[in-house]
Design a binder for this molecule. Structure first.
Ligand SMILES: C[S@@+](CC[C@H](N)C(=O)[O-])C[C@H]1O[C@@H](n2cnc3c(N)ncnc32)[C@H](O)[C@@H]1O
Length: 374
């Protein structure tokens, strides 16, 4: 099967590196989706292990289209009956960019009709009751080429299951994972998130450093499809065997808000990593450390609740604090346009990253490297 992994803007490189580490080689990215060949076993592995990908899709086909008739014919020509049943609850998802068929809602309706007509003919039924397993059919039209997919994940892969309490402006887990993966943080280094909010960054850092598969505990839509072999238990066993149970991390996480810290602590407990994170309620300006070569990864505030002057001084003080630490590196994600100017110094890494469709800058400041040990 051809598998596609959609990614948020700016995180493709991180997903590609993880795919390589999982043994899938160099996978090409086209229009924000990484493509690779795989079986249902790979579908299960990718859903369980991927940290920064949004979901795992099976692409049934892709064709040039310029009219709704062509769209219907192409969708109807695909073997939907190999995946769906007469009871499938068919939901549509669609996108169109730079294409003649820009009316995506109408396009979704046409594709759904084609899928239903095909299923009725091939399964020999007069109607579909749609009372069974969910199947999200996708149609993405880019430059007049329509790609038809089935979503194996169901809920987006950022929904790990540990973040159950609401908190203002939480970072998407997949974006936090990409920030950590592309930083110099590795198990054993001191780590701090000084604006931890609901705890996403330190929790994702712990999952990453301990090689814990982020989605080993949740379910996925494909497991209810009758065509899919029962491969999830084997993949969960692999996740159990490859996680690091020996290392004890020393992650530090703090926030000005007491409520945020207690929510973060609760989420860390749910994720099973609370003993690796020391939480504290404190102003970022109070942080200090005698340890060298640590890494700060944070998502400071940038919403409308802070005035421009306050934002500027917050980022200016954050920059001053960072430069007072011995050989630390610092990474932060912010949608505040003046963030890098206020922080000061020169960012060695600077990238556009979107968090829940808000365009943000991801900035990296690198401290001195530790000496090499023999
Ligand atoms: C964008 S939110 C962080 C969201 C977090 N990454 C998450 O996933 O939930 C920014 C956080 O900075 C905290 N904050 C604001 N000013 C602070 C300060 N001076 N020191 C420490 N934390 C502060 C806020 O309480 C808020 O929780």
């Amino acid at each position: 099967m051809n598998l596609l992994i959609p990614c948020a803007a700016g995180v493709e490189a991180s997903v590609k590196r993880q795919l390589k580490a999982l043994g899938y080689g160099d996978c090409p990215a086209i229009n924000g989706r990484i493509s690779l060949a795989g079986s249902f076993y790979d579908v299960a592995r990718l859903n369980v292990f991927l940290r920064a990908g949004e979901r795992v899709l099976i692409e049934l086909g892709a064709f040039p289209v310029s009219t709704f008739e062509e769209l219907y014919d192409c969708a109807r020509s695909l073997p939907w009956e190999e995946f769906l049943s007469a009871h499938s609850l068919i939901r549509m998802d669609g996108k169109s960019r730079q294409s003649k068929l820009g009316a995506i809602k109408a396009a979704g309706g046409v594709v759904k009709k084609a899928v239903v007509d095909r299923l009725k003919e091939k399964l020999g039924v007069r109607s579909l009751d749609e009372r069974g397993e969910r199947a999200v059919v996708g149609v993405s039209i880019y430059n007049d080429v329509a790609s038809f997919t089935l979503d194996t994940s169901g809920d987006g892969l950022h929904k790990r299951g540990y973040r159950t309490l609401a908190y203002e402006a939480p970072l998407k887990e997949t974006v936090a994972a990409a920030m950590i993966e592309s930083s110099v943080y590795r198990a054993g280094k001191p780590f701090a998130d000084l604006f931890c909010g609901s705890g996403t960054i330190p929790i994702e850092a712990a999952l990453y450093a301990l090689n814990i598969a982020p989605n080993a505990g949740r379910d996925f839509d494909f497991t209810k499809w009758k065509c899919a072999p029962d491969v999830l238990p084997e993949v969960r066993r692999e996740a159990e065997e490859t996680r690091d149970r020996a290392t004890k991390l020393r992650l530090f996480a703090s926030d000005l808000s007491e409520n945020a810290v207690s929510i973060a602590r609760y989420h860390a407990k749910r994720a099973g990593v609370e003993k690796h994170i020391l939480f504290s309620c404190a102003d970022m300006r109070k942080f200090s450390s005698d340890e060298k070569y640590g890494v700060i990864i944070s998502n400071p505030p940038y919403g409308e609740r802070l005035k421009e002057d306050d934002l500027f001084s917050l980022y200016r003080d954050f920059g001053k604090l960072y430069r007072s630490l011995p050989a630390w590196s610092c990474y932060f994600l912010s949608g505040y346009a003046g963030a890098a100017r206020a922080f000061g110094g020169k960012a060695e890494k600077r990238r556009k990253l979107s968090n829940a469709n808000i365009p943000c800058g991801f900035y990296g400041y690198l401290g001195a490297k530790p000496p090499k040990y023999k």
